[in-house]
Design a protein around this ligand. Sequence first.
Ligand code: 6PG
Length: 247
Amino acid sequence: MIEESRNSDVKVFEDRFKLAEAAADEFAEVAERACFDVLELAVALAGGSTPSLFYSALARRKINWGRVHFYWGDERCVPPDNPESNFRSASRDLLDKIDIPGDNIHRIRGEDDPEREALRYGKEIAGNLAKGGRVFPEFDWIFLGLGSDGHTASLFPGGTLFPSDASLCAVASHPGTGQKRITFTLPLINHARRISFLVTGKEKAVVVSSILGRKEGSRDYPAAWINPVQGTTDWFLDRDSAGLSLE
Ligand code: 6PG
């Protein structure tokens, strides 16, 4: 690691390969500890291309996967075998390579009606994670990517960040392609115990610097609203994406 920021929640790595290995090491440590402290670890995976190396590195770790439950923070409304599917990417890089019970994999059914599936997935999450009558279920760890326009999961600029009700999942449309997505809502994300951004590439440097530096206009970025109620947020960056933040 090149540098840990003053408040150790920003870790900068030489390149995306070292970032992926470090994140996988950290996950393995947490999963090992969790196996003694809690029954299960509820983890929401990020979509997009950035996490691919991290998922491949995870597949090489010795982890008791029987205690880990995977969800997705968002999914494209496509069938699970579509190249666009976040589930398909995670299966290729991780799930097909590890010994994890099928019941531990909670995919978003991208092939179904978006509104109905957003409701169904929210109910699945609530049923599994809303302990003690909590309104908002608490994920142990949510991984997020970051778009160069400041979106995260499928919370896009100009979209709804605060639903009028306590919905856990919502339907969004990609502003460029119009592609329908199902996404965690901001309140659901912000009730996680830990949120980790995985961000690489020069094209993300401006938005990373704006959000971390709380610069003017950063609040236009949905990712700037990630602010856990009781949990923590950390950033795994490579030198390219952190470039403007280290100056
Ligand atoms: C998705 C993701 C999305 C992604 C960012 C970054 O389904 O696409 O949830 O939020 O994390 O767009 O994508 P890249 O990692 O491909 O740059």
